[in-house]
Ligand binder design. Structure first.
Ligand SMILES: Cc1cc2nc3c(=O)[nH]c(=O)nc-3n(C[C@H](O)[C@H](O)[C@H](O)COP(=O)(O)OP(=O)(O)OC[C@H]3O[C@@H](n4cnc5c(N)ncnc54)[C@H](O)[C@@H]3O)c2cc1C
Length: 388
């Protein structure tokens, strides 16, 4: 059976649905081809089930890309305020959790239900469980599945990145790009916990569950947020953020007590300088179990002013060399993807292949933690939807 449309969109996630709604409202006959048994699965699991759908402080600096300017155009034409307007039109209750991050009060399903209603109003056709075996191009793009053929003059790849394969991530978008000779920035896991090397793991991971505010830094970027010790390594927002920038050949530096002085008090007091007095001071600043372990593993080399000052320096610059990350199984996003030099920043259309668009996470634009990845999905989906 052959289905003909004005536009085909592969992938019914955040970017694909927004693109379909935008194009559908412009009168285009749009088909969304989704591999899973329902659309928007990642929306449903996002933000711990409450979907951190945007960030009030969205700025191009919150995105990683080989070309840091690429995202500007789309982001400026569809802003957090635009998405909030849509959310409010549907009377979806939401709140700011922290740092401009907006979450649903009830559940992520509110966002998905809103997008599906918008799809219905825009007369978007959604095909679920589509297994694409081949994409070819003559005059039209032809997408072949197990039991049907879809044709349209334009096609948007909105199939997302490689993270969380168990809910349906595939390499479709990258494979399609390669098929048409479009370059890729090597995909790697981002917003992902670190696995510690054997020594650090044996020394620290029995403290799994302990968390504290730190500044984590790697490759010239630093983030002051919470760090969490896990059974295999380190996680928490500060670590997830820095993981997206991590270069495995370089260490990660962690300030365990940002902007806090530890030994200054001890140096001024007349009380004896002992392990006990140091421990009680560190316990004021760090969780007790971590404070005790840190002093056990890193005792001061002496009790002179300079020995204590050197000891403090290490607390502010703990250097770790992770063994790796938890990989795509646990990564919230994929860093890298379709090279932005290949795409129009205005429309997301491939420069060398007119009619072929790439949107959302499959593109080499990756947001920080905090609602930025959805904002990119909405903005890039919107930009393509206005053009295809
Ligand atoms: C656990 C978790 C929590 C997250 N929480 C947040 C958050 O709170 N805020 C935030 O901003 N970001 C969050 N993210 C990131 C965010 O979910 C993604 O960046 C965003 O969903 C990307 O949208 P997308 O449409 O590009 O891709 P996706 O949402 O991944 O959608 C791609 C779609 O394409 C389909 N597909 C894949 N291959 C094929 C194929 N071959 N044929 C047909 N269909 C295919 C998939 O089934 C999927 O439906 C989270 C990610 C994870 C994993």
């Amino acid at each position: 059976m052959t289905h003909s449309f004005d536009a085909l969109i592969v992938g019914g996630g955040a970017a694909g649905l927004m693109c379909a709604i935008t194009a559908g409202k412009r009168g285009r006959r749009v088909a969304v081809l989704e591999r899973a048994d329902r659309v928007g699965k990642k929306i449903l699991i996002s933000g711990g089930g409450r979907c951190n759908f945007t960030n009030l402080h969205c700025h191009p600096d919150n995105f990683i890309s080989a070309n840091p300017h690429f995202a500007r155009s789309a982001l400026s034409r569809y802003t957090p305020a635009d998405f909030i307007e849509l959310v409010e039109k549907y009377h979806i209750p939401y709140h700011e959790k922290t740092l401009g991050q907006l979450f649903c009060d009830r559940s992520a399903n509110d966002i998905l239900a809103m997008l599906l209603e918008e799809c219905r109003l825009a007369r978007v056709s959604i095909f679920l469980g589509t297994r694409i075996s081949e994409v070819t191009r003559s005059d039209d793009f032809v997408v072949r599945t197990d039991n049907a053929e879809f044709r349209a003059p334009v096609l948007a790849a909105a199939s997302g990145g490689l993270s969380i394969p168990k809910i349906g991530a595939t390499s479709f978008g990258y494979d399609l790009a390669r098929q048409f000779g479009i370059k890729i920035q090597e995909p790697r896991p981002g917003l992902v916990p670190f696995v510690l090397n054997g020594k650090d793991r044996s020394e620290l991971c029995d403290l799994a569950g302990v968390s504290m505010e730190v500044t984590a830094a790697s490759d010239g970027q630093q983030f002051r947020e919470k760090m969490l010790i896990t059974h295999r390594g380190l996680s928490g927002p500060a670590i997830l953020q820095v993981s997206s920038y991590w270069n495995p050949t370089r260490p990660v530096k962690i300030d365990l007590a940002p902007e806090r002085e530890i030994v200054a008090e001890l140096l001024q007091q007349k009380t004896p300088r002992t392990v006990q007095s140091l421990r009680s001071r560190v316990r004021e600043l760090l969780p007790n179990r971590f404070a005790d372990r840190w002093i056990e593993l890193h005792p001061p080399s002496g009790w002179t002013n300079s020995a204590l000052e050197d000891w403090e320096k290490e607390v502010h610059a703990w250097v770790i060399a992770p063994a790796g990350t938890e990989g795509f199984d646990k990564a919230e996003v994929t860093v890298g993807g379709v090279d932005t030099d290949e795409l129009s920043a205005k429309t997301m259309e491939a420069r060398r292949v007119p009619g072929l668009f790439f949107i959302g996470e499959v593109v080499d634009v990756t947001g920080h933690l905090g609602g930025y990845n959805f904002q990119w999905a909405w903005a890039s989906g919107r930009a393509a939807g206005e053009a295809l």
